[in-house]
Design a protein around this ligand. Structure first.
Ligand SMILES: [Zn+2]
Length: 135
C-alpha cells in the first residue's frame, strides 16, 4: 500500500444537516465549491462527515481557476481509485495456470516466464506493476 491512505477517496460535498438545510441557495453553492476542493477518505453523510479523513485540498491560485481546482480534485480522486482498481486487476491476471501434461504451470501471460523464476527483465506487466506500486 506504500503508506498512503487506502482508497476509495472522494471529493467533498455539502451534507444535508439541520444547519445546512437553513442556508440560502447562495450559501449552499459557496460551501459546495469549497467542499469540492477537498479530497477525503470515508466521507459519509451518515455521520455528517465527522469520520472523514482529509487527504488533500486543491487550491485555486492566480494561475488556476476555482473550476480548474475542483476538476483537479476530482481527477486526483479518479486517478487514486482507478489506480487501485488497475493494480488489483493486473495482480489478478499476473499469473495464469497452464496445464502442462499432468501438472499446471503458473506463467506470466505477457513474458511467459514461470512464476517460480519471476518475470523476464523486460516484462511490460512486471514493469507496470512495479511502477504502480512505487518499486
Ligand atoms: Zn511477465
Amino acid at each position: 500500500m506504500n503508506g498512503h491512505t487506502a482508497t476509495p477517496w472522494q471529493v467533498g460535498r455539502t451534507l444535508h444537516t439541520p444547519q445546512t438545510k437553513e442556508w440560502p441557495a447562495w450559501a449552499w453553492e459557496k460551501n459546495e465549491h469549497q467542499e469540492r476542493l477537498g479530497i477525503y477518505r470515508n466521507f459519509r453523510a451518515e455521520d455528517q462527515g465527522t469520520s472523514r479523513i482529509v487527504i488533500a485540498k486543491a487550491i485555486p491560485d492566480a494561475l488556476g481557476s476555482q473550476e480548474e481546482a475542483e476538476a483537479n480534485a476530482a481527477f486526483i480522486v479518479r486517478a487514486a481509485n482507478s489506480h487501485a482498481a488497475l493494480v488489483e486487476a493486473l495482480r489478478a491476471v499476473e499469473w495464469v495456470g497452464l496445464l502442462m501434461g499432468d501438472h499446471t504451470c503458473e506463467m506470466c501471460p505477457q513474458c511467459w516466464s514461470h512464476k517460480q523464476g519471476g518475470h523476464a527483465p523486460d516484462c511490460q506487466l512486471d514493469k507496470a506493476l512495479r511502477a504502480a506500486e512505487g518499486d
